[in-house]
Ligand binder design. Structure first.
Ligand code: NAD
Length: 289
């Protein structure tokens, strides 16, 4: 090994060691974040990341047990609370924001993540399926954002609203017309709200994940089995299968979606609004033959 190469290795490992020893900057230390659907999967990873960056976090989920467990894991009442809320209910959303005001004094960052996936072919999709899917994801995220905007405008300190939409908001695929239509609705809510709330310092952005198989309740709850059957593979091979379809040949995990939420809200993107960041290891960027 040449002397210069040895120096380079020593120098860089020293720098890396220094970086690792540095305390993590608490970029969100003064902020209160509410994550809908924060009791599971992607929402849980987002709550964990925002808490690690110093935010006080509200886990707002229909599943009270999961929400309570995540809040406990994140440090309990001073750092994280659970609120039970069905995002289809205006009353429950208002109540949830009132509980948050009592616990933490306000809210600065809201993530619309709660969701279900009804994945059926067109001819099997009932009006009831369509209504439920839209009630939770299109109407639910609209109601949550409206309440968030009301609170943030009253506080007068700006804020962040993030939508966890999907690659399906932009690209069509078979057998999930109801789900994908709600994701397209959410994507346009991002632009519409960004346009209306910008002058109040409220930024509205989206993250478009794809193929988050491991750790996702949506995949575990039936979508995974359906997708695996479509591709003719075992369900436990689905993560690997999705990874091979990507440009980066990497599996997308919940924490990668959480990284994007942090970048949008806790980093330097102070002049970015109305944007969607894909977190799909490149799937939406190219058509692979
Ligand atoms: P998940 O099932 O693990 O999490 C969804 C959470 O939403 C659950 O905790 C559930 O209790 C909650 N929820 C459901 N209905 C609710 C309601 N009415 N009110 C309040 N909370 C409710 O699923 P996930 O994969 O982590 O999905 C989270 C979000 O990410 C969803 O919006 C989903 O569409 C989106 N997304 C997921 C993927 C993926 O590959 N997994 C890809 C793109 C987008």
């Amino acid at each position: 090994i040449e002397e210069s190469e040895k120096f380079r290795i020593e120098y860089w490992s020293l720098e890396e060691a220094k970086l690792q020893r540095m305390p993590k900057p608490k970029a969100l230390a003064t902020r209160v974040a509410l994550v809908t659907g924060g009791g599971s999967g992607i929402g849980k990873a987002i709550a964990q990341r925002l808490a690690a960056e110093g935010a006080c976090v509200v886990i707002a989920d229909l599943n009270a047990d999961n929400a309570a467990a995540v809040a406990e894991e994140l440090g309990g009442p001073d750092k994280a609370i659970a609120v039970t809320v069905d995002v289809t209910s205006e009353e429950q959303i208002a109540q949830a924001f009132a509980e948050v005001a009592l616990a933490f004094g306000g809210v600065d960052l809201v993530v619309n993540n709660a969701g279900i996936s009804i994945s059926k072919p067109l001819l099997e999709t009932t009006a009831k399926d369509w209504d439920l899917q839209h009630a939770i994801m299109a109407r639910g995220s609209f109601l949550v954002s409206r309440e968030a905007a009301r609170v943030m405008r009253a506080q007068g300190m700006g804020g962040d609203i993030v939508y966890i939409a999907s690659k399906n908001a932009v690209f069509a695929g078979p057998n999930n017309v109801a789900y994908s239509a709600t994701k397209a609705d959410q994507a346009h809510q991002v632009r519409l709200l960004a346009a209306e709330l910008g002058e109040h310092g409220i930024r509205v952005n989206g993250v478009n994940p794809d193929g988050v198989v491991r750790g996702s309740g949506i995949f575990a709850g039936g979508w995974g089995a359906q997708r695996a059957a479509t591709y003719g593979i075992e369900e436990d091979k689905l993560g690997e299968f999705y990874a091979q379809r990507t440009l980066l040949k990497r599996e997308v995990l919940p924490e990668h979606v959480a990284n994007a939420v942090f970048t949008l809200t806790g980093g330097d993107l102070t002049h970015t609004t109305g944007l969607h960041i894909p977190v799909d290891a490149g799937v939406a960027a190219a058509f692979l033959r």
